[in-house]
Design a protein around this ligand. Structure first.
Ligand code: PMP
Length: 350
């Protein structure tokens, strides 16, 4: 969900943006009005995520998965053997590694597959191939409800992180990364675009076959306007960032996110019916996953929850069970309502 006040503002602006007598999606991406939206979005993001000056912000088409191709196309040239290493903590990490194999040598440095991706694997950084152009991680695993707490350190080898399902939900030190990308659709706005934050020394090494629209340098040089961008998505993102700033920024939202998740994990831990999917020390604050002891109760749980206004709880088809995605815009009351429903459901049925 997106913040209600953002949705209402967008609705109000839709037919008449800034008293122009036209909506934002009707005007040129090169108009001064849209350029203002873009630069507002840049400055809000820079402030909220504390992005140092040597990192650049790009808005790119194709959502998060397009970055699975863009990252190797732009960075593999940094390795003499065109090698990159991937830590697979879920389906998205596996997909990213497979995509890289079209362009070079993609290695699995570690995988959580053996535990069904319910744990973040232990890493010995000395085992990384020293020729790796980068090491790719998925910082929050949307399907399984796990997240990295301590980041691995590979010295001079840049860390690349897919932060799609947690960007701006907790404080991170951007300096620890060579590149971060996130599809907009969880904490930032509508689907279809990704935001990329790249350290400037990593710009300009793209492989010769890189399509212009996937080339980070082309994107940077054109201020993400190499072609007609999705102006509406960037406008929505700027509204979401404005909301986040008014809420008190990432620090405050992080504290709220931790409290929201705790409400649900406490119910799971005290219950005989609900079983948490992820290892407690790796638990995500964005995606709370659990199963039911009695599988026959799963469908009634999802159906009855929906009839109480608690939607989209069905776990991903690869994992099953229940997944409560409680992104930044989910109010604490939403988690309290789900917790109460879980307690009542257990009492009535188990
Ligand atoms: N990475 C992660 C961590 C995700 O959660 C998702 C989507 N849920 C993706 C990648 C894929 O995003 P997209 O559909 O924008 O390609």
């Amino acid at each position: 969900m997106l913040p209600r006040e953002v949705m209402e503002k967008a609705q109000k602006d839709f037919l008449n943006y800034n008293n122009m007598g036209a909506g934002l999606i009707e005007i040129s991406h090169r108009s001064s009005e849209f350029e203002q939206v873009l630069s507002d979005c840049d400055s809000l993001l820079k402030e909220l995520a504390t992005i140092p000056d040597n990192y650049k912000i790009l808005y790119m088409h194709g959502g998060a998965q397009m970055q699975f191709s863009a990252v190797p196309l732009n960075l593999l040239n940094l390795s003499p053997s065109k090698t990159a290493s991937y830590i697979e903590t879920g389906t998205w990490g596996v997909k990213a590694r497979k995509e890289c194999s079209h362009f070079g040598n993609s290695l699995t440095l570690a995988s959580g597959a053996e535990t069904g991706f319910t744990e973040i694997p232990e890493i010995d950084p000395s085992t990384v191939d020293p020729e790796s152009a980068y090491v790719h991680i998925t910082s929050n695993n949307t399907l399984y409800g796990t997240r990295w707490t301590a980041l691995p350190d590979f010295g001079d080898i840049p860390l690349v992180a897919d932060m799609t399902s947690e960007f701006l939900s907790r404080k991170i030190d951007i300096n620890r990364f060579g590149l971060i990308f996130a599809g907009l659709q969880k904490n930032l706005g509508p689907a279809g675009l990704a935001v990329v934050i790249i350290r400037d020394d990593l710009l300009g090494s793209a492989m010769s076959q890189t399509p212009a629209l996937l080339n980070y340098k082309t994107c940077f040089d054109s201020h993400s306007l190499a072609n007609t961008t999705n102006t509406f998505a960037i406008y929505m993102m700027s509204l979401v960032l404005g909301w986040l700033k008014r809420e008190g920024g990432v620090d405050l939202v992080e504290a709220r996110n931790e409290s929201k998740a705790k409400i649900l994990y406490e119910v799971i831990d005290d219950s005989d019916l609900y079983l948490g999917v992820s290892r407690p020390k790796d638990r995500s604050a964005m995606n709370v996953t659990f199963n039911l002891q009695n599988q026959e109760l799963l469908s009634p749980f999802i159906e009855q929850a929906a009839s109480c206004g608690l939607y989209a709880l069905k776990g991903h088809r690869d994992v099953g069970g229940v997944r409560a995605s409680i992104y930044n815009a989910m109010p604490i009351e939403g988690c309290e309502a789900l917790a109460q429903f879980m307690l009542d459901f257990e009492k009535k049925n188990f």
